[in-house]
Design a binder for this molecule. Sequence first.
Ligand code: PAF
Length: 290
Amino acid sequence: MDVIAPVADMRAWSRQQLTAGRRIAFVPTMGALHRGHISLIEKARTLADAVVVSIYVNPTQFDNPEDLAKYPKTLEADLAMCREAGAAAVWTPETAEMYPDGYCTFVEVVGPLSDKLCAVARPGHFRGVCTVVTKLLAVVRPDVAVFGQKDLQQALIVSRMAGDLNLGTEIVVAPTVRDPDGLAMSSRNRRLSPESRAKALGLPRGLELARQAYRAGQVTSMKLIEIVAEELLVHEGVDIDYCDVVSLKGFAEAEHADDACVLAAAVFVDGVRLIDHVPLAGHAIPVKVD
Ligand code: PAF
């Protein structure tokens, strides 16, 4: 596996692959890799001849400097996991090259995808994501890039952006991976103490209970949101950042849920921000609900 840092070297590596007629699949990450990321690499391997993983904690997508400073960094372990998962190259760009002095170009998706949920809760976040993803794609020039469904809004925005800008990269979305207790895998989970983790389980449990209530006939979004809130707000140190029913048809908030809707939430658990969602017509979240 090649480990590459300079932009010019990454560009040359990709050019070589493309000249040899090899398809490239790309998995962009911010490191602190877990089984969810490995599932993205595995998916990517089924789609191309060579998989490139980027590891870069992108400063422009953090609205909170403390969150950026606390973002876990585990490069050696990450490289070992990428090697094991069969990545052909890992790119670890430097901020000096990504955002040199005087940098002033940003990419933004506007409209319904960007006026709710994480876009409101974290102003500027998706502008940072779109900017860095455009830059990463411009250097790697992959045929396909794989994103995780846990970050649903990100996946939809990046997909839209890649299409709108004719970037020539197909965006593939791979399913959320959960721990056996039902918590969606996230690099941030390693910041949860065992007590915080127990509180965090209220998120998948609340979503699953709401999904079950929807399946039993409850379509009033506010009632579904209340079910999630009841599972979470019983704990001290837990705050709901947002919880909304959104239709995937037009990405509009829905007062009444239907099969095209997802219930999405972001919560702070003892200061750690976690997001998750459930498609209301989808499969059960494997979490204990008694
Ligand atoms: O999902 C992430 O890890 C990041 O938002 C991404 C796509 C790597 C861009 O920095």
